[in-house]
Design a protein around this ligand. Sequence first.
Ligand code: SAM
Ligand code: SF4
Length: 326
Amino acid sequence: MLIDQHQRVHNYLRISLTDACNFRCFYCMPNEEVEVSPMSKLMSKDEIVAFATLFVSLGVDKIRLTGGEPLVRKDFAKIILALSALPVTLSITTNGVLVHKYIEVFKQAQLRSINVSLDTLNAATFLALTKRDQFQQVKDNIDLLIAHDFSVKVNVVTMNGINHQEINSFVRWTQAEPIHVRFIEFMPFSQNQWMSQKVFTYQQILQTIGHEFSYIKIKDGKNDTTKKYKVLNHAGTFAIISTMTAPFCGNCNRLRLTADGKMKNCLFSKTETDLLTLMRSGVNMIDAITQNVLLKEKALGGQLLTDFTQIETQELENRSMIAIGG
Ligand code: SAM
Ligand code: SF4
């Protein structure tokens, strides 16, 4: 088992399949043209399966595929079908735009729950946020997933002055549809135009929802990053991921593998372990993995520990979100 110095058991691995994406969300990636890694620097399908198998042998029983956009990888179907042979709960986080091409693959891989990111219900705002005119395709694909009985979580990065006005439209959406909307506090990463004034906090989100709806708290799972709520008589739920104002590191069970094969023990960790080079050199990786877990900081990678209004983004040591794998 992968246990850190704070007695946290790590059974959840998030694997980034690529640092490339077909969207250009400003909060996730640098503004200028970013260079994506050449395929030779990325984990191959067989390397991904070998890593997953190794982590499963060390106690991992939940794997999420992410990126960049995982569905832009040409061998995505082969990867997920190979991983579905492992004794794990598999899931994926996607921007949704290619989902219609993979419904049958998702079923074959026995995926039950899929996270789709959608920050706005307005086509013009969608274009401004992602630089792609694909609102309707993403919305249609969420409807398609619901029609095929997948459990759909909708990730909404909630930013003051950008989309906070739409919070209640998202909650209204949960009335008839069994979706789970998750409002995510805006987090700072390398070159992502983060400013503390753009953070719309957990408390502000709840207050906004309280102006229109009566909601109840529902039970969170032991390792959940979300605080879950429900408006009575709504088919779906809403939740808040409050990384900036009420972090949830105490029960963290997550580890990450970037698309170029570096292990990170936290989204905000400064250090990485280059597992792909070790694998390609034929070195046994178990010591490196256990050491990486032991070095995990108590909270937020040892960064972002001040009140969020005091954070100096130039002092953060990290990659951009798109290069980590969210
Ligand atoms: N391309 C996929 C997608 O958009 O869902 C998967 C990768 S994306 C990096 C994973 C998640 O991270 C998305 O839900 C995205 O909205 C979220 N994310 C990206 N940058 C963020 C930021 N600065 N703060 C909070 N969440 C962020
Ligand atoms: Fe791409 Fe997802 Fe990042 Fe948007 S949030 S740029 S869709 S990886």
